[in-house]
Design a protein around this ligand. Structure first.
Ligand code: AMP
Length: 197
């Protein structure tokens, strides 16, 4: 949605790793077990993915979704930005309750081609599980499961939650209530991006 509305390239290490896994590359195979069980992939691998992506797409602004997720990743990001002589404009923190997350993963469908995300409860897509943007197949993610979610939330509490204080201190943190519908959340994100531009 951000790319369509603002023309800003977005990347997510999770999406890159799913694609690598689907393609059966060495990186995809090496990380498939960790992602399937909800653990975090090593900081070294994730930072290399981000650096590679930035070399290709990082010329005129960018958004990371799901990065950084640990303090060492945030430190690496800071050095990368320093090298690019680019400040971090915004760190958007989507606050969601455990109930919201459980409900969303129980019905999430994701396009294997472009990553577009929708839900099983969206009747139009349920009848024809094809992505409206790229005609790719809409599939369930193999980590969208209650046990895996438990592990993901433990990882979040231990390694990602501390980033809120870091970005709060830096003055870049903006919290949004992510428990609302897609349009309301995207409206708030859009306003933050417009203010930062
Ligand atoms: P996501 O698509 O953001 O939900 O990520 C799916 C999975 O990819 C996560 O559960 C991790 O196994 C891995 N992953 C994605 N982003 C990161 C990251 N920044 N650091 C470590 N592992 C990650």
């Amino acid at each position: 949605m951000i790319t369509r509305q603002f023309g800003i390239p977005v990347t997510s290490p999770g999406a890159i790793l799913r694609r690598e896994r689907d393609l059966g590359t060495p990186l995809g195979l090496e990380t498939a077990g960790t992602t399937q069980h909800g653990g975090l992939v090593s900081d070294k691998i994730i930072v290399e993915l981000i650096e590679d992506w930035l070399r290709l797409h990082g010329g005129h602004g960018f958004v990371f979704d799901g990065f950084p997720r640990t303090i060492p990743q945030a430190e690496s990001l800071q050095s990368i930005l320093n090298r690019h002589r680019t400040p971090l404009d915004l760190a958007i923190w989507l606050d969601v309750s455990q109930q919201t997350v459980s409900g969303r993963i129980a019905s999430r469908l994701q396009c294997q081609g472009c990553g577009f995300t929708t839900s099983l409860s969206s009747a139009t897509f349920a009848e024809r599980p094809i992505c409206p943007y790229c005609d790719g197949p809409l599939v369930r993610r193999n980590d969208d499961d209650a046990e895996v979610l438990k592990k993901r939330l433990e990882e979040f509490e231990a390694k990602t939650q501390p980033l809120a204080a870091l970005y709060e201190k830096a003055g870049t943190l903006r919290k949004i209530d992510g428990n609302r519908d897609r349009e309301a959340v995207f409206g708030d994100i859009s306003r933050l991006i417009e203010q930062a531009a």
